[in-house]
Write a protein that binds this ligand. Structure first.
Ligand code: 5AD
Ligand code: FES
Length: 341
């Protein structure tokens, strides 16, 4: 194992079979090298981003997601521009210098409205990074929002394998378009993040290698990965959750493959295991995204069952997160936390 890990660290690539061997590796050395690699670039800093879940309406029907249009049990909400700006205000006073506006694919938020929201955040918080995570839109929309002041965009590719993609999404959703969106965003000068779920239904180790190879080619600035967790009002309600150790190994492999990645220890990881996010940091993650959404909507933004942190005020989330990170021997840093290239 040691030889494989050292070679991944030095050459940043392995053969398909070698990658698969590392997926099940139980050698602490993998995490040790991943931590060392992260620290060479980012030190012991863990960047904190403020997540604002501003709409849980979604036109899509992804089979895994609790926000899917077909879930008529979801209690839908939208935040107004004022409510979003209020979240930023709270966040800024708590030290956040990155706001992540995330939502379902909800075209109530037209390009006009979004551009207005982004420009007002940009004007009010010139020292902050603005990240959007609002799904697939056309090149022109992305361009408009970039010009309005958005710096970063998160769009998980979900799976790089087309057949696997088709088993997770309705036929109207195209894996080709999804990847094209990522290339468009990159071309427009966004710092981009792709990503995938670990252990989503029908996923094989070969699919995971496809994901790694796609990431190698796209060269995103961020990669968000977390375990699949079933949601009881979706067709995948009876499917098993993704595996903790496999998720941690993938975080470490991504860190070694692309040392300067921004890699979040996700909420899904913290939901799967009470120490999940801390373990993620110890496997090479360097970003956490506490929730800044108003408490009265938190329980409504449920992508999966048993999501953590749905009852806490933003300040409590920050305090809890800072303590957790400190306990792992790292420190929360409130800064824009740009990608170091
Ligand atoms: N379990 C884990 N992650 C999920 N996501 C959506 N549904 C689930 C689920 N059931 C992830 C998707 C999406 C991101 C916002 O959340 O990867 O891109
Ligand atoms: Fe909204 Fe998948 S259910 S994008």
């Amino acid at each position: 194992m040691k030889e494989l890990i050292d070679r991944l660290e030095s050459e940043k690539i392995l053969s398909r079979e070698e990658f698969k061997t590392l997926f099940t590796c139980a050698d602490e050395y993998l995490f040790e090298r991943a931590r060392f690699t992260a620290q060479k670039i980012y030190g012991k800093s863990i960047y904190m981003r403020g997540l604002i879940e501003f709409t849980n309406y979604c036109k899509n029907d992804c089979l895994y997601c609790g926000l899917r249009a077909g879930n008529n049990k979801a209690d839908r909400y939208r935040l107004s521009k004022e409510q979003i700006l209020d979240c930023c205000k709270t966040g800024h006073s708590l030290g956040f210098r990155t706001f992540v506006l995330q939502g379902g694919e909800d075209f109530y938020y037209t390009d006009d409205l979004l551009a207005e929201i982004v420009s007002e955040i940009r004007a009010g918080y010139p020292d902050c990074a603005i990240t959007l995570s609002i799904g697939e839109r056309g090149y022109d929309s992305y361009e408009r929002l970039r010009k309005a002041g958005a710096d970063r965009y998160l769009l998980r590719h979900e799976t790089a394998n087309d057949e696997h993609y088709a088993s997770l999404h309705p036929a109207v959703m195209s894996p080709v378009n999804r990847k094209q969106c990522l290339y468009n965003l990159k071309e427009l000068g966004y710092q981009i993040g792709c990503g995938f779920m670990v252990g989503s239904p029908n996923q094989t180790f070969d699919h995971l290698v496809d994901d790694l190879l796609f990431i190698k080619e796209l060269k995103p600035h961020m990669v968000g990965i977390g375990p699949f967790i079933p949601h009881s009002d979706t067709p995948f309600r009876d499917k098993p959750s993704g595996d903790l150790n496999l998720t941690l190994n993938l975080l470490a492999i991504l860190r070694l493959m692309q040392p300067n990645l921004l890699l979040p220890a996700t909420t899904a990881l913290g939901t799967l295991d009470p120490s999940g996010r801390e373990l993620g940091v110890l496997a090479g993650a360097n970003v956490v995204m506490p929730n800044l959404s108003p408490v009265n909507v938190r329980k409504k933004y449920l992508l999966y069952d048993n999501k953590i942190c749905t009852g806490d005020e933003a300040a409590e989330c920050v305090a809890c997160m800072s303590m957790r990170i400190k306990n792992t021997g790292y420190e929360i840093v409130v800064a824009r936390g740009d990608w170091i290239g």
